[in-house]
Design a protein around this ligand. Structure first.
Ligand code: URA
Length: 430
């Protein structure tokens, strides 16, 4: 059977199921450059609008995995004993720097974390963009380096590269074509690189709320179930935590700002929500990896997680003695009345950070490592008239207007604290 892109695009546009062969062909041909970017953009938009059923999603994921190499850490040993591997992946949020302290905590507790990561997507930040704000840091690791680092340090965070290369192309295209918000595309993107990466178990952080790609709980639950099924079908024990993404996590959104906040957490401080989620996800990861007898919280208190993070950065040629960059220009929003900070819309903060230069609007664009937003008053905190509420940073001050416009109406000061929402909403899977 021979295929061509226009026929596949029209089939999905008209609401038809794509055959296994058509999926295999289009993913392979796109990865190899035989389907043009504009053709894949059209197909992605058709998928956003028409969806894919469970079998199509599973086949699309398998085709993405088959586009590249697969790592296997089944034989990894440290001091003669098998070294369990486990990873986590977030579906994307605002201020979501959890990966940075989390991999260090889990490594300090004795499991190894091979983490194939991505760059920013839409209004959400990407782990690689954050880490690359550290002077010298490289996310390009050979398979040999990843194995070595897992043994020596207990964690490696790297660009997926040869793993699921179809995802790298699709991810970059989705980021700039308004085709991110699709359950099958998110599920296949996450699971293709995570299954190719070869971790022994997987914890998914499925964000739900205004700042997430899944706005409602039923949508997020469905995404979680689809991904857990994909993981289990590939023999990788997988569970998903549904976590709140109505407000930004912590007090920062933007690459270097988030690294600085992660370092605060690793030093035993940092915002309580970032600490809570880090510790909860660490506990889930250690349980799935069957590593017990360790207290993740202790690793933040006694510096062992910080040691692992520093070792990871050093192994990847980063230099934490060089000050993290900060945008050359700043503007601060000041409270005009006193009271209590109300809810802060995560989406608005994410879009404002993106407009300041923390994310991309064209494929391959350089992000500004020092661009972003510092949140001085979190929801529920007291505010006095004249207090700073948000500071915006960028190297390009002409961006302030659009960023301020995103924040307009996205926060309020009231007389009573906003209703408290649980950060961790549910758990789905093994
Ligand atoms: N994370 C991914 O890796 N892919 C998505 O599509 C969304 C979040």
């Amino acid at each position: 059977m021979t295929f061509d892109a226009p026929t596949v695009i029209k089939a999905k546009r008209d609401g038809n199921r794509l055959s296994d062969d058509a999926i295999d062909w289009v993913v392979d041909a796109y990865t190899g450059g035989d389907v043009a970017e504009e053709q894949m953009a059209a197909l992605l938009m058709a998928i956003v609008l028409q969806g894919m059923d469970a079998d199509e999603t599973a086949r699309w994921t398998a085709a993405m995995i088959a586009s590249g190499e697969r790592l296997d850490f089944g034989d990894l040993r440290r001091d003669g004993a098998p070294l369990p591997t486990v990873d986590k992946h977030s579906t994307g949020g605002v201020g979501d720097k959890i990966t940075l302290p989390l991999v260090a905590v889990v490594a300090a507790c004795g499991a190894a974390v091979p983490q194939a990561s991505g760059r920013g997507l839409g209004h959400t930040g990407g782990t690689l963009d954050k880490l690359e704000s550290i002077a010298g840091f490289t996310a390009s690791l050979s398979n040999h380096q990843v194995r070595q680092q897992l043994r020596d340090v207990g964690a490696a965070i790297f660009a997926a590269g040869r793993l699921a290369p179809a995802d790298a192309k699709l991810y970059a295209l989705r980021d700039v074509t308004g085709t991110v918000e699709s359950l099958p595309l998110i599920a296949s993107s996450v699971m293709s690189k995570k299954l190719a990466e070869g971790a022994g178990a997987l914890v998914l952080d499925v964000k739900v709320g205004s700042g997430a790609f899944m706005k409602s709980r039923p949508q997020a639950e469905e995404l979680a179930r689809v991904m857990v099924r994909l993981g289990d079908a590939h023999g990788v024990p997988t569970c998903a935590m549904l976590t709140d993404m109505n407000a930004p996590l912590g007090r920062t959104a933007g690459n270097a700002l988030e690294v600085a906040e992660a370092l605060e957490v690793l030093a035993g401080g940092g915002p309580p929500d970032v600490v809570e989620l880090t510790l909860q996800l660490a506990a889930e990861m250690l349980q799935l990896a069957r590593v017990d007898g360790h207290d993740p919280a202790q690793t933040l208190g006694d510096g062992t997680a910080m040691d692992r993070f520093r070792a990871l950065v050093a192994a990847q040629q980063g230099d934490l003695s060089v000050p993290l960059p900060i945008g050359r220009c700043s503007e601060t929003v000041i409270a005009t009345r006193g009271g209590t900070m109300g809810d802060i819309e995560a989406m608005a903060v994410g879009l404002a950070a993106w407009r300041l230069g923390a994310g991309r609007s064209r494929p391959g664009e350089q992000v500004q490592p020092g661009a972003g937003i510092r949140i001085h008053r979190r929801p529920g905190e007291p505010v006095a008239a004249g207090d700073p509420l948000f500071t915006l940073y960028t190297d390009t001050p002409e961006r302030f207007g659009a960023a301020m416009a995103e924040l307009d109406g996205a926060w309020s000061i009231g007389d009573t604290p906003p209703a408290r929402r649980p950060l961790i909403i549910d758990r789905i899977g093994s």
